[in-house]
Design a protein around this ligand. Structure first.
Ligand code: CP
Length: 317
């Protein structure tokens, strides 16, 4: 049961709980009208200490579509954090007003700390370069919907798939969260594609994947591996996590996925991206049926509706 639970990192929910959540999200996608008033009278606090478009808006859309309401801030400068209030105090106070808290914060571990102080469930909407578990739910649901079919579970869907992660794998928290979540399944293969400076951290590659027996490879060349992939997860170079501008400028265009590069890819490849996109996917690709990143953004709202309905206890999941 997810009622009353926080979500700080991908492993907080069991595989069975995730499957139930995805089934609910799929039901909502098909016809969510039966949940339209389910959260009436409930409040969601969205505390964003870092910029966001998709995560904040999709959580707010999700809560509003469930009949609930939202309050919060999108700019920490407008909150009392700018006067020196501690995170612990901020979330304790938000919990006095709201039934659940969604929080994004630039510091790794902030969501865990918040979950220890808040008396209502805390959902991590991204903590620094660490984790982004609801993006992971979004990514997994997208893979299940676009590569599954026939009622297959996520585990059955990913068995046998080759999944490539390309771009900034060092700072990209969506990559860390998704790789960690995938490590719980068997029969898949991961290819990390990055410049040497932006390699995936060893705590993910060795500490999580190798420890779980997941086959993985690291390369700098997208062209040489794209033809073998079932899923290509592109990422932006995370300007805000660099210590100097020079390095960012040197690395920012390391990979640009173009229609020409896609000629070598399979016809059933799906291209995902957590967005925002900067320059790493050419606009010409948006018309390619294999480009799935805007569908992915839509699935993000369905899975967040399922998550909110579950943790608020209006459905049993
Ligand atoms: N994918 C994602 O986290 O996007 P935002 O930063 O716009 O929320």
């Amino acid at each position: 049961m997810l009622k009353g639970r926080s979500l700080v990192e991908p492993g907080d929910f069991s595989i069975d709980e995730l499957e139930a959540l995805f089934r609910l999200a799929e039901q909502i996608e098909e016809d969510g009208a039966y949940l339209r008033e389910s959260c009436r009278g409930r409040l969601l606090a969205t505390l964003f200490f870092e910029p966001s478009t998709r995560t904040r808006l999709s959580f707010e859309a999700a809560m509003l579509r469930l009949g609930g309401s939202c309050l919060g801030f999108a700019d920490p400068g407008s909150s009392s954090a700018s006067k020196g209030e501690s995170l612990a105090d901020t979330v304790r106070v938000a919990a006095c007003y709201a039934d659940a808290i969604v929080m994004r914060n630039p510091k790794e571990g902030a969501a865990l700390l918040a979950s220890r102080y808040a008396t209502v469930p805390v959902i991590n909407a991204g903590d620094g370069g660490h984790h982004h578990p609801t993006q992971t739910l979004t990514d997994l649901l997208t893979i299940k919907r676009l590569r599954g079919g026939g009622g297959r579970t996520l585990g059955e869907t990913v068995a046998g798939l080759s999944l490539g992660f390309c771009g900034d794998l060092k700072f990209g928290r969506t990559v860390h969260s998704l790789a960690k979540a995938l490590a719980r399944y068997t029969g898949l293969r991961i290819v990390f594609i990055s410049p040497p400076e932006l390699r995936v951290p060893e705590y993910i590659s060795r500490g999580v994947l190798a420890a779980a027996g997941v086959e993985y490879q690291e390369t700098g060349s997208l062209e040489t591996v794209i033809g073998g992939l079932d899923v290509l997860y592109m990422t932006r170079v995370q300007k805000e996590r660099f210590f100097n501008e020079e390095d960012y400028i040197r690395l920012k265009d390391s990979y640009i996925l173009t229609a020409e590069k896609m000629e070598a890819a399979r016809q059933d490849l799906i291209v995902l991206h957590p967005l925002p996109r900067v320059n790493e996917i050419a606009l010409e690709l948006d018309a390619d049926p294999r480009a799935a990143y805007f569908k992915q953004a839509r699935y993000g709202m369905y899975v967040r509706m399922a998550l909110l309905a579950s943790i608020l206890g209006v459905v049993s999941c």
